[in-house]
Structures are given as C-alpha cells and as structure tokens.
Ligand binder design. Sequence first.
Ligand code: GDP
Length: 467
Amino acid sequence: MHGNVIAAISTPPGKGGVAVIRMSGSGAIEIARSVFLPLSGKDITDYKPRTQIYGYVIYNEEKIDDGMLTVFPSPHSYTGEDTVEISCHGGILVTRTVLEALFAKGAVPAEAGEFTRRAFINGKLSLSEAEAIGTLLEATSHEQIKLSSSPARAKLCEAIDAIRRDLTDVMSSIWARIDYPDEDLGDFTDAETVQRLEAVKYNLSRLIGTYRTGRAINEGISTVIVGKPNVGKSTLYNLLVGEDAAIVTDIAGTTRDVLERTVPLGRVTLRLTDTAGVRSGEGLDKVEAIGIERSKSRIASAELIIALFDLSREFDESDKELIDEITKAQGYKICLLNKCDLADKNDPPFDASLIPEGVFGETISISADKDNLKTIETLTQMVNGLFTDEKISCGQDAIVSSARQHSSLLRALGFIDTAIDAYRSGLMTDAASSDIEMAIGAISELDGRAVSDSIVNDIFSKFCVGK
Ligand code: GDP
C-alpha cells in the first residue's frame, strides 16, 4: 500500500482528445512502473526524468490504452514529491479505467486542491501563490490571468519578502542592543529606528494601496443597473454581458427578478446585476413588487450604481423615487441619460435639471441601443478610471488581490503604527519590539509561513480535484 500517493484526473471531466492523470507521493514511480509498459521494453526509470515515454497502460493484465507517461522525480515537480503524469485518450470510461488501475496498485483519490496543497506544504509555493493559481483557474478576463501569472506572483512574493526582511533587520538590531547594551553597535538611535519603521510603513502602505486595483480586477465590483421600466436596463446589461442574457422588450416590467453575471469591462470585473425596474404607482402585481423591493436592496449594497434615465420620456415620479433610493445608498453613482438618439423628438423633453446636483459622481448621455460601441467605450474608461490606478500594471508591479492578503497587511500596518507610537512616546523598547514581532507574524501569515489550518483548508477547498 502507498497511502500517501494521491491520484486524480487533472483535465476537466467529460470527453476530450487527451486526458491527463496525475499521481503524486513517494511510491508514485513504483505504482506507475506496475501499470505502465513502455513500448521500448525499457523500465520507466531508465529514461531521463521529465521525458515523455510512449507505452501501454495495463489493468488486470490487459492493455487498456496507449499513451505517454512522464516522471517528475522529487523535488523537481509541482508538488515537490515524486510525481507521474499519464496522458491517455480522453474518453470518459478509458480515463476512469486508467485511474482505477492506479487505485488498484495503492494510490488513493486526491481531494480537491490536494496537489497544490502538497506543493504549499513542501515549500514549492507560498500561500499567496497558491491563491493566485486558484484565481488563474477561475479567471474570466485577460487581466485576471495576468494578475495570477507567475511573474505577477513573483513580484508580490518579492515585495512581501522585502518588507519582512526590513522588519527582521529592525528587530535584530533592537534585540542586539537589549542583549549587548555595552557593545558599540553603531549609531542606532531610537529616532533612527522610527525612521526605519516609517520606511517600512511607507512600502507597506503602497502595497496595501494596490488592493483597490487588485480587488477590482480579481474579486470584482458589485454593480447594479437601475432605472424605471423600459429605460434600457436590459439593453445595457446584454451589451455588457455580450449576449442576450436578459429579455429586452418594450413592455414595462419584463425583468422581474434580479439577474447576475460576472463580466470583464476593460481591466476591471463587474459583478453585474440587472434588476426589475423601480417604478411607483398603481398596477404593480405581487411578483413585480417583490422584484422592485429586491432592486432597492441591491441599490443599498452595490459598490457601483449605474442609474439609467430615459431621454425619450418626461422625468416622472418613478425617476424621482429611484433618485431618493439612490441618494440613501453608499456606492459610487453614475447617471446615464439613455436614448439620446430620441432626445430631440420628445416634447416636452426630459428635464435633466430635475436630477438633484451632487447625487451622481458622473453624468453622461448615451444610446445603449443605437450606439453601443461608444456606450461601452465611455463606460469602460469611466469605471476603470474610478476603480483602478492606471499606473499599476499587472505583471510589472506587486499587486495585492485578495481580501485575506489585504487584511494581513492591514494588521501588520497597525502593529507598526503602534510600535512607532511606542518609540515616539519613549516607551520601553520591549513593548515596541513585541509589536514589530506581531507585524512580522501578520506578514508571515500572508504567505503562509505561519498560518492556521482553518485558513489553509479554506483556501484549498476552493480548488478542483486534480489541481
Ligand atoms: P428595461 O425595461 O429598462 O430593461 O428596458 P429594455 O432594455 O428592455 O429596453 C426597452 C426598449 O427601449 C427596448 O425596445 C429597447 O430596444 C429600447 N431602447 C433601449 N435603449 C435604447 C436607445 O438607446 N435608443 C432607442 N431608440 N431605444 C432604446
């Protein structure tokens, strides 16, 4: 038995040209040797590591498939353990049978994310790198791919390492002075310690500042499209989604519930919600009324509120009710005056001066239906400008992109602030140094050098089997 060897199909389930089955753990090479027969008649260990070997997979003494096998001896593998990959034909049954052959020889099924988890445990990846790989697998935009790419991951690791190194330097100087008070350890005054801590604080704050951009790209901005019925919400929603996800008709109240999609818009990702039109007055049926209540609650919780008004109709009570609702909300508010192609034909015209000043951060006229390219272009520019820093480049700069990383860095910053205060108010060096130690602890939590099992479990539970 090789209880420590895990195996799984690493390619997506279903039929495909080729499927990859991966096995990792000490004993993996031995299991592979017992199920795989190279056509050359040689032993798989006679080949140079990481070369592809053509041969047959054997199960119950029968050749069940032919394919390629690659051996990645420890430590030069994804997991850091002996790893073997078999590329076989991608039929559902054939792949399953190859896997069964491995199980029959003692491999056990891998749990979700177990390969990456082993890579983390064996020091092949930091926790933030593992998180980035999770993001890469889920990526829905090019910018997300760039953010999770290996150069981008390396940049973040470097920045975190540099901060940890600086803090450790300060710590060791403090301890040296405590332990050897009589030695001449150079010109290292309290003021200088504060200066060094201020420098770390500056770098840390800059890194924390990248989260606004990282978050907009990676986690996305919760966005709601609102407006009275027939104003063009579904038209805009479909335009952003890039397909007819919402029903567009000229019948008021067609969208009765909340529709949700994650869509890229330039660099950022929108977690987009199309809602039932908010309207006041008589004649609402029960379903529409519930839809309107949901729209209102989405307005309250959204980070970005895109409000549409209809230039082809008069400003009315429903517009007013919507503005009242939006005014109460915290999110960033954009006002789109839609159907500008019909604005001149309307008598009396839509009176935009009835929209109170100060409610919306930006106001623009668009035609979601008739000039969709310009609408997308304008929105892309506006939203990207609002939620990202264009000077920050994915792949070039260290970018914090997960809430967990962000909160570790904020905690580290808090400890450094307390340490600086302690020095400034002339407190004991001991007190300040324990804060610095806690700051180092928070940083180490970020890349997984010191992190609780529950956080590790939480991160890896989001992976799929075979990764
Ligand atoms: P919703 O009820 O707010 O979701 O509105 P819809 O997106 O269903 O649009 C209502 C009607 O307005 C549809 O017939 C659209 O084709 C039309 N419409 C949407 N945007 C424009 C626009 O910019 N110009 C013109 N002329 N018609 C539009």
